[in-house]
Design a protein around this ligand. Sequence first.
Ligand code: PRP
Ligand code: URA
Length: 206
Amino acid sequence: MALHHVEHPLIEEVLAELRDQSTPPERFRLLSRRLTNLLAFDASHDLPSRVDKVQTPLEEADVKRLDAEVVLVPVLRAGMGMLEVMLSIFPKASVGYVGLERDEFTAVARQYYRKLPNLSGTFVFLLDPMLATGGSASAAVSLLKEAGASRIRLLCIVAAPEGIERLADDHPDVDVYTAAVDRALNEQKYIMPGLGDYGDRLYGTV
Ligand code: PRP
Ligand code: URA
C-alpha cells in the first residue's frame, strides 16, 4: 500500500482549527471542505488525460483533458463532509454510498447501507476522514472490490499508525492520501491527539 502523507502549510493551518475543540460545526464543515480540496490535488495527480486541441483567441493550442471515469464513495456519516467539494472538482463523477458504524464498545464496524454504481474500469475515491483501527476502511474497500473496483484511493484527514498497518495488510493495492499521521489510538480506539468524533463534530451530535 502506498501512503501519501500530504504536507503543506495551508493544510497545517486548516488542521489546527479542525483539531481545536472550540471550533463549531458550521466552521468544521467549511474546514472539511477546504482540506478535502487541498488533498484532492495530490490524490488526483496521476489520473489519465488525453490530448486535445482548442482554439484560443490567437491560434490553435494543444491541451490535455481529464480522461478518467471517477466514482466518489463517502463512508457515512463523516465522509459526507468531503463529498460536496469533490463533486465540484469532478462534476461528472458518479456517487456511491457505504454506511458503516463502529460499535461503541468493540469499535468493530457494522455495515448498514450500500448503494454503488458500476465500478469496473473506474477510479474510485473512497472518502472517510478518520482512519483509526482501519476496520471501516478495510470493510469499505472489500465492498468496493466485490462490486468490481480495482483502482481505489482513500482520502482521509487523520490516520493512526494502527489503521495504516491494517489497511496495508488487508489491501496493499490501495493508495492512502492523508493530511496527518497521528501518534496512536487510545483504549477506546480514538485517534490521539486526533480531533475527536468527526461525525459528531461535523453535525453537532454527541
Ligand atoms: C468513524 C469514521 C470512520 C471510522 C474510523 O465513523 O468516520 O468511518 O470511525 O474508525 P475505524 O478506522 O476504527 O473503523 P463512525 O463509526 O464513528 O460512524 P459515524 O461517521 O456515523 O459517526
Ligand atoms: N472515528 C472518529 O471519528 N474519530 C476517531 O478518533 C476514531 C474514529
